[in-house]
Design a protein around this ligand. Structure first.
Ligand code: ASP
Length: 237
């Protein structure tokens, strides 16, 4: 998805106010390990580098990581212009001319449960159109845009990043399951009501629990999602 310009991640990601692309990504496995990168301008696939941070460094979050880290793990490095598409430039022009409101959605994410019962979540984004240079949203922040814990759930969020940050949304959903004994759908409902809708914000989340039940929820106008292996999907707005 990062290579497909239709998504707000990698090539074709949303542009900052100065017309550049700053990519963020994170990944977490249900054993509690996580890796994330922010403000990547030359890493072709930020989600791969987030995994490298998780598996090959002592750290969790790197800002504008060195390209050497990417190349030493076989991850392609590109010129910053690679990410910028004419469609995004036209969108930014319209937003700056106030012909269009800044778009806040389009991030990509994935959640999974493997045959050994392990959960994982990943999220990748260009952020929001016309964002300040250096702005970081929820997507690379563990507990805000991404969270996974074996025995409970894996979650990947999209939407108004500031609300997801302030509401620690992904961890809030997990906590309602772990400590409040809600199921995944109930937990997502409660967190969205309190932390997203109440703030006047919009977004969505994909989640999977330890039994493989998938919940897809959004209070935004729409959210595209796909699900493999015949589990139940719930959608509400
Ligand atoms: N949540 C992302 C951010 O605020 C944007 C999105 O989901 O499209 O950076």
């Amino acid at each position: 998805m990062e290579d497909n310009p239709l998504f707000n991640a990698g090539k074709g990601a949303a542009l900052t106010m100065s017309g550049g692309v700053e990519c963020d990504a994170s990944v977490m496995t249900g054993d509690g390990a996580a890796g994330a990168v922010t403000a990547c301008t030359r890493i072709k696939n930020p989600i791969r580098l987030a995994r490298v941070v998780k598996e090959h460094t002592p750290h969790v979050l790197l800002i504008n990581p060195d390209v050497d880290l990417a190349t030493s793990h076989g991850i392609d490095v590109v010129d910053p212009e690679y990410f910028v598409t004419p469609a995004r430039q036209e969108q930014l022009r319209r937003i700056l001319a106030e012909e269009e409101a800044p778009l806040r959605h389009g991030t990509v994410g994935a959640v999974a449960l493997d045959s050994h019962g392990h959960l994982a979540a990943a999220t990748s984004t260009g952020g929001i159109s016309k964002q300040f240079n250096g702005r970081v949203g929820d997507s690379p922040i563990i507990g805000a845009g991404t969270f996974a814990r074996d025995g409970a759930c894996a979650l990947s969020c999209t939407g108004d990043g500031e609300a997801f940050l302030e509401g620690c949304v992904a961890h809030d959903i997990y906590a309602r399951m772990a400590f409040g004994r809600l199921n995944l759908a109930e937990a997502i409902h409660a967190t969205f009501d309190e932390e997203i809708t109440r703030r006047g914000s919009t977004g969505g989340v994909i989640g999977i629990d330890a039994e493989g039940q998938v919940v897809l929820a959004h209070n935004s106008e729409m959210m595209f999602a796909a699900c493999k292996n015949g589990v139940r999907i719930e959608v509400w707005t």
